[in-house]
Each structure stands twice: as structure tokens, then as C-alpha cells.
Design a protein around this ligand. Structure first.
Ligand SMILES: NC(=O)c1ccc[n+]([C@@H]2O[C@H](COP(=O)([O-])OP(=O)(O)OC[C@H]3O[C@@H](n4cnc5c(N)ncnc54)[C@H](OP(=O)(O)O)[C@@H]3O)[C@@H](O)[C@H]2O)c1
Length: 296
């Protein structure tokens, strides 16, 4: 199997490269930076490519592309987020018009204004979002489904594991004096996604005939307080979650929309965010494991 991976220098794309090379696949890895650590890529060949700038000159001959590259930020500059996440996806599609596209999307495409309780794939995209990241991911999904060749869209939520660039760093930003400030009550359920499971789902999607949209997560949702304590402990962070009622935070978040405890963050932590993963199990052969956090 010959595979191209975008976003290979990132958290998810690196895990996909390592899993694919370990399986004996021939992998070409793409990232934005000029050079990349060969160990991070599992020894895959590396080529720099700013996907927001232009289509790829001289694309390699591959069977499938796993498209992980994105501006994965909830407070980033909107123009840059749209440029990378929508225009960049267009450039990926036109660079590889005849091979399977596995598009790593996000559970952020579900409705931010109501709980997603064991959400099924048909419940998204929706018509309104709270930030450019979610809106651009939804627009990119529509584009991939419209013009992609045998497209598969994967929607993970809260990816965790070694090399995490997003979840734990964002939590760290909200640690004050041994307390992690969190919107909500800590009692809602959340679907977490082990990065190794997401990487295996990407490989299954690249190699199997099924096409369509699939939620990807661990086998069962867990209470968010349990997940946060596990993430903090496994990252060696000495802090405990302290909950702030969403009703108190929401008016502040409207006044300071770019703050760390913004409306998007409130929608992710104070409301149930769990996914139904039956379709991935039935059609991709996805085998999820339970949510577990390795010791530091
Ligand atoms: N992490 C999560 O919890 C999570 C949850 C749901 C969905 N996702 C999705 O998973 C995918 C991967 O996320 P991640 O956590 O691995 O993010 P990440 O660690 O920040 O990696 C982002 C990757 O995208 C590349 N990139 C960014 N802008 C680019 C551009 N203009 N041109 C080319 N490459 C560009 C980066 O390259 P350089 O580093 O070389 O600049 C990096 O390789 C994203 O699509 C994200 O939406 C992640």
C-alpha cells in the first residue's frame, strides 16, 4: 500500500505515519515545516508543502491520502484557519484526484448549541458554529464528500496520547495555583479518542472499500471529571479540576469572545459530547479500546 499523509509533523499525522510504516506501507509524509524528525515519521520520506498556498507540484503515485493537516485551534486567526482547513483541503483534493481520500475531520462539526449524546453521523454538519475551526471543518467535509474520490471522513473527539499538541497544552493554559478551571459540573459524559486507535482507523479507512462518514472514539464515553484527572495525572501535572457553572461563564464569554474560557470551550466541557461509533465498527472493522491514561 502506498500512502501520502498530510499533517505528518503533527500529533495525529505522526501517529498515522508510524503505524503505516510499521505495517510495511510505503509512506510519503507532508508537513508545513522545512524539515521533520525521521523518528516522528516512522522513517517515512518527507516533503514540505504549505497546503494553503497551492496544489502540490509533482505528487507521488499513491493509493490513498490521509489528510490530517489543519490549523487545529479554537482561538486562531479566522483567515488562517479557513485558508488551511478549507482552501488547503481543496488543494489536497486536486493534488490527488484519483486516489482514496481519508479526511480527518472533527466532532466539532456537531451542533455546539445542544448536547451530542451518542451522536450519529447524520446529525452533522449543522448551520451554525461558534468559531472558524468548527465552521471550516464542516465546510471541508462538504467539499470532500462533493469532489473526493471514494472519500472517508473520520470524526474523532478529544484525541489523547503521547505527543499530544492540543488537549493537554490547552488544559495547562487554564491551570491556576494547582487548579484546572473548567466550565460546567464535571458530570457530563465525553468520548475520548486514543491517538493509536485513531491512527488504526485511518489505516483501515485507507485500505477498506467502505466510504462515508464515521465517528471515531474509544469504546465508551467516560465522565469528564474522570477524563480530566486522568489526563492531568498522565501528563504529570499536579492540579485538580475546579468547576465554574456555565451559567456564570457564558455572559463573560460573550463580552470576551477570544478568552480561554470562550463559548466554544464552554460548549465542549459543560455539555455532553459523546459519539456513537457503531458505523466505524460495522463498516471499517474499527476495534476501539477503553479510555486509559498511561502513567507519566
Ligand atoms: N488533537 C485533537 O484532539 C483533535 C480532535 C479532533 C480532530 N482533530 C483533527 O486531527 C487533525 C490533526 O490534528 P493534530 O492534533 O495532529 O494537530 P497538530 O499537532 O497541530 O498538527 C497539525 C499539522 O498540520 C500541519 N499544518 C498546519 N497548517 C498547515 C499548512 N498551511 N500547510 C501544511 N500543513 C499544515 C502542521 O504542520 P507543521 O507542524 O509542520 O506546521 C502539522 O503537521 C486535524 O485535522 C484536527 O482537526 C484533532
Amino acid at each position: 500500500m502506498r500512502l501520502a499523509v498530510t499533517g505528518a509533523t503533527g500529533f495525529v499525522g505522526g501517529a498515522v505515519c508510524r503505524a503505516a510504516t510499521a505495517a510495511g506501507w510505503e509512506v510519503t509524509a507532508f508537513g508545513r515545516r522545512a524539515v521533520a524528525d525521521a523518528r516522528h515519521l516512522g522513517g517515512a520520506a518527507y516533503r514540505p508543502w504549505d497546503i494553503g498556498a497551492a496544489k502540490l507540484a509533482g505528487p507521488p503515485d499513491v493509493d490513498a491520502v490521509v489528510h490530517c493537516a489543519a490549523s487545529a485551534t479554537d482561538t486562531g486567526v479566522a483567515d488562517e484557519v479557513w485558508r488551511t482547513n478549507l482552501l488547503g483541503t481543496h488543494h489536497v483534493l486536486v493534488s490527488f484526484p484519483d486516489c482514496r481520500i481519508v479526511h480527518v475531520s472533527s466532532a466539532s462539526v456537531y451542533d455546539p448549541f445542544r448536547p451530542t449524546a451518542r451522536a450519529k453521523e447524520h446529525e452533522a454538519p449543522v448551520s451554525r458554529y461558534l468559531n472558524a475551526y468548527a465552521a471550516a471543518k464542516a465546510a471541508a467535509e462538504r467539499l470532500v464528500l462533493a469532489v473526493g474520490h471514494r472519500p472517508v471522513i473520520l470524526r474523532p473527539h478529544a484525541v489523547y496520547g503521547p505527543g499530544d499538541t492540543t488537549l493537554v497544552p490547552r488544559l495547562l493554559e487554564n491551570v491556576r495555583g494547582g487548579r484546572l478551571l473548567v466550565p460546567g459540573t464535571g458530570r457530563v459524559l465525553v468520548s475520548m479518542t486514543a491517538v493509536g486507535s485513531l491512527a488504526s482507523a485511518c489505516l483501515l479507512a485507507a485500505a477498506t472499500p467502505a466510504a462515508g462518514v464515521f465517528n471515531i472514539a474509544d469504546s465508551n464515553p467516560v465522565p469528564i471529571d474522570w477524563a480530566l484527572r486522568g489526563l492531568l495525572a498522565s501528563a504529570g501535572i499536579r492540579a485538580r479540576p475546579t468547576y465554574i457553572p456555565a451559567a456564570l461563564l457564558s455572559p463573560l464569554a460573550r463580552v470576551f469572545p477570544g478568552g480561554r474560557l470562550n463559548r466554544y470551550v464552554i460548549s465542549q466541557f459543560a455539555i455532553e459530547r459523546s459519539l456513537d461509533i457503531t458505523a466505524a465498527i460495522d463498516h471499517l472493522g474499527y476495534q476501539p479500546g477503553p479510555t486509559t491514561f498511561p502513567p507519566p
